[in-house]
Design a protein around this ligand. Sequence first.
Ligand SMILES: Nc1ncnc2c1ncn2[C@@H]1O[C@H](COP(=O)(O)OP(=O)(O)O)[C@@H](O)[C@H]1O
Ligand SMILES: O=P(O)(O)OC[C@H]1O[C@@H](O)[C@H](O)[C@@H](O)[C@@H]1O
Length: 482
Amino acid sequence: MVHLGPKAPQHRKGSFFDVPEVLVHELHKLESLLTVSAGTLKKITDHFITELEKGLTKQGGNIPMIPTWVLDFPTGKEKGDYLAIDLGGTNLRVVLVKLGGNHDFDTTQSKYALPEGMRTAKKEVLWDFIAECLKKFVEEEFPEGCTAPLPLGFTFSYPATQHSINNGILQRWTKGFDIEGVEGHDVVPQLQASIEKFGVPINVVALINDTTGTLVASMYTDPEAKMGLIFGTGCNGAYYDVVKDIPKLEGKLESDVSPDSPMAINCEYGAFDNEHLVLPRTKYDIQIDKESPRPGQQSFEKMISGYYLGEVLRLILLELASERQLIFKNQDLTKLNKPFILDTSFPSKIEEDPFENLSDVEELFNSVLQIQTTAPERKIIRRIAELIGERSARLSICGIAAICKKRGYKTAHAAADGSVYNKYPGFKERAAKGLRDIFDWETEEDPIIIVAAEDGSGAGAAIIAALTEKRLREGKSVGVKV
Ligand SMILES: Nc1ncnc2c1ncn2[C@@H]1O[C@H](COP(=O)(O)OP(=O)(O)O)[C@@H](O)[C@H]1O
Ligand SMILES: O=P(O)(O)OC[C@H]1O[C@@H](O)[C@H](O)[C@@H](O)[C@@H]1O
């Protein structure tokens, strides 16, 4: 046999010859509900641009568009040791960042899964959990202790209004969080109090959103990077605007900030189209929103991000099994009835199964849901997962297209991070196709591409802490006019 080099990865041919007509009919209905055409993508993007602009005005719109008080571009020359913590929707990370000062950095990090129930615990439990993780990490990394408090960049991946670089008033919890006593409050003193309680030698220098960190960290090593994006538990994007083009900042800036100064914006665009004008919401999306802790909020995020994709799949399967009695006949649906039992690794694994008989899927349903599936059912399940994954990727890029059009970027590296971007099969290819469908490029190479981001919530937080310390040393402002 002629050996033609490494074989292409196994791809399923997929055939529906043995799938009952009634199920094929249901599938066609789902395909029309979940498929997003090029024309719809263009319409959504045009509205997205309007909403980005509206968010920068004094009256505001659906998208918060939060000025971050990151008023400088990274130079790549930032140096020093910084601590960073990243409180995301699923994990807490503690990172020690050594900035090399030549567009380089080295990180040492530990990841701590947020304990079950943390999303609805008392606020002291959350802040003490973080302080204890910090204490453990600092004791491991600095066994001889620290001569001075370590500067810390606090990456807080939730919508927080900032009146200066080192404060952040939580606007609302997202991603299923619902912890009392934090919304409407500055989270920095709340965290600092727990840090002091545990006697950890740390000083919170800057509060950063993970997308702002992703933007800055990616620019530190890649001058083409124009925005930082997260497709993880939630979704969001950050980019640099210009102070004079941000009407809501009029009259709020110290004299040392020029009208042409850059200002990184944390869009918080998971809130896009909360008024439901353009997004193709289905009854499954409506149910997820209604049953969430914050109904009416984060409409875009609830259709595309990691916290929700598994739940969309669960609701569709439950309807076909329980209401329509078309699949999983005589099976115990107790597990399938449990909200959020499927995280997004579940549809991800369904789409990764390379076998014609979908034997990996069979095992998955057996082990996670205790449901025996037939081969025709698995083919339907696979197609439904593909529809959900493709819709997520295609809708996700509307934020990228809108920022590029708003800022007039003809070329750009959109630096992305998060497990949906990094792990969902086909996300990258589907996202790139979505951008091509919006821009109708004639060029051989796509002028706007999504690239893997640098470690935004670690290195990005450290670089921003370094930029902040530099501004403070030079007596420059890092917040609204006092
Ligand atoms: N293999 C996978 N494919 C797609 N999504 C995944 C996978 N594994 C986990 N996820 C989803 O990614 C999200 C976690 O995203 P991640 O970026 O790792 O953390 P965080 O959002 O806390 O920063 C969860 O919602 C989870 O459902
Ligand atoms: O990294 P994560 O947890 O997926 O967060 C992504 C986004 O999730 C959104 O819910 C938050 O409002 C944003 O601030 C955040 O950037």
